[in-house]
Design a protein around this ligand. Structure first.
Ligand code: GN1
Ligand code: MG
Length: 362
């Protein structure tokens, strides 16, 4: 049973002026708990984002917060002076004891951000413009972090995108079969094993390590309500060293299909070429100046890889009895796995055309 938290009391532990007015659960993340909280300040409502870090997944929340603090300060310094610069980067609110988190009496870690107004996220793509803007925003995020001073960021989750290890975890879940579900997922298991070789495509490609977001889903970038521009990348828990293409790959996974991640009608799940093209153009618009030739050449493969990886992660969680992702129905993780695999098939069918596009704009 999840505990009911006293959100008002927790919010008051942060350096927020005024009267607490209310709080609502926020967003569609699978890991942390997020609330939009409102305070009245001089008669005006002002909103903040309050989040509880899921410590069964982030075992070292202080390391997570140290990474986020370094990254957001660096980004803020880079964009200072730009119009509306407060909306271009997440701003952490310190707790009353000056730390950037609050540890409650039950051992929960909380953090607060200024809320970014007049912008929102989308769980599924509605236009090629959105795809372009999302990819441009993540490319810019990577570009602004190229010169983050040392030391290296903490690895908050080890081997996060190490796909062969993700595959090994699937094999282990199959062996254990703790939830007695392997029988129900036979076609998906066969699908995964038939493609096991995809797991190595980026690790074998000699690509440079960079600072990457690692969870670059479409719904982790805020698009401005008026201009539609991708203004701010959010959900920074997994910002750490990685391959730039992990981020591009996750954009392909979450933005080329207009179906939701857990869509049950698989006929709706297709890789829309126009969206892929918009992603490539948006990403190169901001990241093109620093990407190596090898990185550019692996853009298509990164989409395949991350879609495959996410499919096996959902499948593994399903077989293990859903310990990791929040689920809202019995076969939720299996449904999510199926959409990933349907999208992967659609990518496979269009791979040559996707490659031709890349060659034409090299
Ligand atoms: C999780 O919390 P959320 O929804 O942003 C997961 C990502 C997955 C994603 C799938 C720490 O992200 O890696 O790609 O679900 N985050 C973690 O939607 O595992
Ligand atoms: Mg996340």
């Amino acid at each position: 049973m999840s505990k009911v938290h006293d959100i008002a009391a927790i919010a008051r532990r942060f350096q927020i002026d005024g009267q607490f007015f209310g709080a609502k659960p926020f967003g569609s993340g699978h890991i942390n708990d997020s609330y939009c909280v409102t305070f009245h300040q001089a008669g005006e409502p002002v909103r903040y984002m309050l989040q509880r870090i899921n410590q069964s997944i982030f075992k070292n929340p202080v390391a997570v917060m140290e990474n986020i603090q370094r990254v957001t300060s660096h980004l803020a310094a880079k964009v200072s002076g730009e119009p509306d610069c407060n909306r271009l980067v997440l701003t952490l609110i310190s707790a009353r004891d000056e730390k950037v988190w609050h540890l409650d009496a039950d051992g929960n870690f909380w953090r607060a951000y200024r809320f970014i107004e007049k912008a929102r996220t989308y769980d599924s793509v509605e236009s090629a413009k959105q795809a372009f803007q999302a990819a441009k925003a993540f490319g810019r995020f990577q570009k602004l972090l190229v010169d983050l001073p040392s030391p290296r960021l903490h690895d908050t989750i080890a081997d996060f995108h190490h796909t062969p290890k993700r595959f090994a975890a699937l094999e282990q879940a199959l062996d254990l079969d703790v939830a007695r579900r392997t029988i129900k997922a036979k076609p998906e298991i066969d699908f995964a094993f038939a493609r096991k070789s995809i797991a190595d495509v980026l690790l074998d490609a000699d690509l440079p390590e960079r600072i990457t977001h690692n969870d670059s889903k479409l719904n982790n970038v805020m698009l401005d309500d008026v201009t539609g521009e991708g203004i701010c990348v959010v959900d920074l828990d997994t910002v750490m060293s990685g391959l730039a293409l992990y981020d591009f790959g996750d954009l392909v996974r979450t933005t080329t299909s207009s179906a939701r991640e857990d869509e049950r009608d698989l006929s709706k799940v297709t890789m829309q070429f126009s969206m892929f093209e918009a992603l490539v153009r948006g990403y190169l618009d901001s990241a093109g100046s620093f990407l190596t030739k090898a990185e550019r050449q692996h853009l298509v493969l990164s989409g395949k890889l991350i879609t495959f990886e996410q499919g096996i992660r959902f499948l593994t969680d399903y077989l293990a009895g859903d310990p990791y992702y929040k689920v809202h129905r019995d076969e939720h993780n299996l449904d999510r796995c199926r959409t990933q695999f349907a999208l992967l098939e659609s990518i496979e069918q269009q791979e040559e055309r996707m490659d031709r596009l890349l060659r034409s704009i090299e």
